[in-house]
Design a protein around this ligand. Sequence first.
Ligand SMILES: CC(C)(COP(=O)(O)OP(=O)(O)OC[C@H]1O[C@@H](n2cnc3c(N)ncnc32)[C@H](O)[C@@H]1OP(=O)(O)O)[C@@H](O)C(=O)NCCC(=O)NCCS
Length: 170
Amino acid sequence: MELRRAEPSDARAIAEVHVLAWQVAYAGLLPAEFLARLSVDEREARWHWNLGRGALARVTLLVDQGAVLGFSSVGATRERDVPEGYGELYALYLHPDRWRGGLGARLHDAAMDEGRALGFRALTLWVLEGNARARAFYEAKGWAPEGKRAEFTAAPGVAAPELRYHRTLG
Ligand SMILES: CC(C)(COP(=O)(O)OP(=O)(O)OC[C@H]1O[C@@H](n2cnc3c(N)ncnc32)[C@H](O)[C@@H]1OP(=O)(O)O)[C@@H](O)C(=O)NCCC(=O)NCCS
C-alpha cells in the first residue's frame, strides 16, 4: 500500500473510484437515475484535464498493488468569506469495498500534510447534509460544521443541501 501524487495517466482509475463511490455513498441522497447514468468516461476526461493543469490542486492516491483504492484533493480555497491562510479539501473518496478499514483516515492524514505543505493553516470542505457516514468520519478526524449551508447542484435539476465544515491544520 502506498500514497503517491496523481498524474494525468491516473485519470481513468480515479474516475472509476469516483463514480462508484458516488453511486454507493449518494444512494438515497441524489436520484437513482442520475447516479446510474454517471459516466466514467466523462469523469476521466475531467480528471485528465484537471491533473494536466498541474498546480491548482494536490491530488494524492492510495494505491495497492497498482490499483487505485482512493484519492484526496486539496488546494486553494474557492470561498470568498474565509480568513487569510485557508485552503480547501475538494475531495476524499475511497473505493466502497474498502470502507471502515482505516484507509480513509490514512488518505485524510496525507491530505492534511499536503495542506500544510501548501502553507495553509486551516481548510474548509463541503459535505452533503445527508451523508451521515462522511460527516461522522470528518467529525472523528477533527472537523466541525460552521453552520453554513448551501445547495449542491450535481446537474441541472439534481440538487441536495450541503454543509461547510472547517478544521485547523495545527
Ligand atoms: C468518508 C470515507 C473516506 C471514510 O473512509 P473509511 O476508510 O471508511 O474511514 P476509516 O475507516 O478511516 O474511519 C476513521 C474513523 O471515522 C469514523 N467513521 C468512519 N466511517 C464511519 C461510519 N460509517 N459511521 C460512524 N463513524 C465512522 C470512525 O470514528 C472511524 O474510526 P474507527 O474505525 O476507529 O471507529 C469513505 O467512507 C468514503 O470514501 N465515502 C464516500 C465518499 C464520501 O462521502 N466522501 C466525502 C465527500 S465530502
